[in-house]
Each structure stands twice: as structure tokens, then as C-alpha cells.
Design a protein around this ligand. Sequence first.
Ligand code: MRU
Length: 351
Amino acid sequence: MSKVVSPLSWKDGVLSLLDQRKLPLEEIIVENKTIEDAYNSIKDMVVRGAPLIGYTGIFGMALFARGNRGASIDEYKKAAEYLNSSRPTAVNLAYELDRCVELIDQLINAGNSEKIEDELISFGHAQLDLIHRDNLAMANIAMKDLIERFGKRKYRIMTLCNTGYLACGPMGTALGVISHLFENDLIEHVYASETRPYMQGARLTSYELKKQGVPHDIVVEGSFSYLMKNKLVDAIFIGADRIVKNGDTANKIGSSTLSIVAKHYGVPFFVVAPTSSFDFTSEEGSEIPIEMRDENEILSFRDQRVAPEGTSALNPSFDVTDANCITGIICESGMIDPVTRENLLKVTGQE
Ligand code: MRU
């Protein structure tokens, strides 16, 4: 594997983020020294991917603590709300920020306000260690399922968006499954959907797969039916930005279309996500806020206008895959199959 640049690191009061907008052409680090820097890095997608947005939130709170010694719990709550308003769909950000606020509240009540920055940093590193363990557990569950389903052979796997270490810190969710299968000599080929308009598949997933030496092709979203009708895909693995109680799952725009085509052709479709991506306060997908991004992401490419002047674009960044189109949801505590409300709450230990 060629040298990996960490997407997020903390040293001496500086949060360093690999600028994912510039990949794969340049590997540039953006230094974040204030909570506003962290907010802008999430909003402008220097950093992206549900878990990594969450960890950026934790270190963003540490930056706030560093710059505002002696702040009250209400000021910390406001800081958390501010960070949480940067991007609406991935629930991981709110999940991690809620835990930060709980931790800060305990420290203030115990008279340990001076420890807040250090404790937040320790918490951020602990969460990065945790996702590594969770990702490995999910990859093993996926590998076992594939071996039971198809026998031990090399598989043709399809994925969409980027769900690797660029989205998680260590390893990755759906792309972590693919890396794990590759390390176990179980990958024949990977199809990475380009993921218009932001090109997370073409730019970021292929960047990771290339570094690892995994054989792959980038495909356009319009090829879903071609690939499955011609039996080129054994199984599909995607990530999630928010999974609600009935199993409906928000993920990158195009995921729902992929699931419908997969169901039509009988190709197993799996969602891979840690429980920090589950929203146990929402019952069904219609409650999930869908981020609308700037139309220029569609109308232009790398600052070059591709549509005629005067044309507008609609740019929902996510869609909701219906639970009945998902073969199984894999989280660190097991496989949710069939995807029903009861089963989801049972496997995640919420019943
Ligand atoms: O807009 P992005 O790039 O942040 O969207 C990312 C995705 O949709 C990922 O599939 C999702 O966050 C899961 S990452 C493990």
C-alpha cells in the first residue's frame, strides 16, 4: 500500500484535516485553530463522511474550550448547536456533540473546568479507536455473510460514495468491508460509482482503492441496470448518514436508485454503519432532513461552467433508501436481516 495521509489529526491545539476537496490531485493539509475553522471545514467539505464529520465536531469543541477557558455550560451548548448546524443529514455529528456536552457538564459540575480541553481530546481519540474496532467487527460480519451466501471465492462488489478511512478516520464502513475482503484475498473486482456531482466515488474511493492496490473500475450512476442485468455484481455495500427506527436509511444521493435496481435484479444490498449513525428518535425516513447543496456543484466542475448560463439545478445531497430495499444492515453488534423495526431495535440493544 502506498503512503496513507491521515484525514484528521490533532497536535498542540491544531486540528489538521486533509483537504478532501483537492483529492486525488493534491494532498494538502488545512489547519483548524478555532471552532469557526472546524465549522467551515465541515460545511465546505474539507472533511466529509458521517463519522469523520462527528470527530471533527469533537475536536471543534476542544478548539472552543481552548479559546474560551471558563465558558459556561450554556456557552458550550451554543457552541455545539453552532457546529451541528454545519451539515444536517449525518446524525453522527449530533451524536458526538451530545456526548461532548454531557462530558463538559460533568466536568463543570465536578469543578474540573480546566480539564475540558484535554478530556475532549482524549474522548476524540477514544472514538477514533472505537470506530476502528467497530469497522473491523462489521467487516467480519460482512465477510462471514458473503462466504455463507456464495461460498469462499473472489467476489465482485459494488459501492457508492466514499465510506473508507477518508470518511471514518481508521479503515471505513462499506469500503472497510471491501479492504478487509481484499486483505483476505476475496476480491475479484470493485465497481465504484462516481457519485455525481461531488465525485466522492471517482475522486476519493478510487484514491483509496488505488493506494491499496484493489482492482476496480469507476462507473457512472446511469450504469446500475447495465451492471446488474449483465450479472457483473455479486453484492453491494454502502454506508449511511442516518438510519431511523424502521430501517429507512439516508445516504448519498443515488443510493435509493441503486437499491431499487438491486432489488429488481436480486442482488444483495447491504448498509454498513456503526450505531452512532442510528437515529433512535425518528420513526421513518420522511423525518430525515435532506441537505440541499449549492446548484453550482452541478452546473460547474472544478470552477469550469458546464451548463449554459441561466440554467438552474436542484442538488439534494442525500436520498432515503426504503427499508424494504435493503437486504441487511450491518452494525458492530450484528446483522439486521430482515430489516424490520423490531429486529433493528433488538440487534442494536434498544428494545
Ligand atoms: O456528502 P458526504 O461526502 O459527506 O457524504 C458521505 C456519504 O454519504 C457516506 O456514504 C456516508 O457518510 C457514510 S461514511 C462511512
